[in-house]
Design a protein around this ligand. Sequence first.
Ligand code: GRF
Length: 186
Amino acid sequence: KRIVILASGSGSNAENIIKYFKESPSVEVSAVLTNKSTAKVLERCDRLNIPGFYFNRAAFTGSQTVVQFLEGLQADLVVLAGFLWKIPSNIIDAFPNKVINIHPALLPKYGGKGMYGAKVHEAVKKNLETETGITIHYVNEHYDEGAIIFQAKTAISPEDNVDVIAQKVHRLEYEHFPKVIEKLLT
Ligand code: GRF
């Protein structure tokens, strides 16, 4: 089975997924696709020997470029791991129920356009939440609104600053994301 990961930033989740399937006989990460030519995820790809590709906005919107790229790779699953653009419907339509995303909060709360990274943890902290977590969901035309596949929670306390909350959430991501992907593919 072939996974293509889409990432816009650091790519620590991408690295975690790549390493998890490195020895797998049946699942591989075929490529990483980014919309930021300077994204740190590309350095991780070089180090991990995974092809990394930069696509600009034109490739994502109003063209079949990305669809053809994903079809060429025979992607069985398209995994968004910190990908910050909305996925256009031509990609969703070409890969029904095969595009998933991870969001660093317990959707449907703290999701939607512009809610990513520290902004999410700041909103959770500001609302004095006693727990937060991760949501892995199918991707549709709207940010963070597709059917939920998996959620995991972690307790947070008032003295946790945004960095501590982010660390607790990242820990859940690294523990669960590869396993959820594996269940979807095997
Ligand atoms: C993760 O927190 C993920 O939940 C969110 O974007 C972040 C990506 O982090 N979608 P990284 O680039 O994998 O380190």
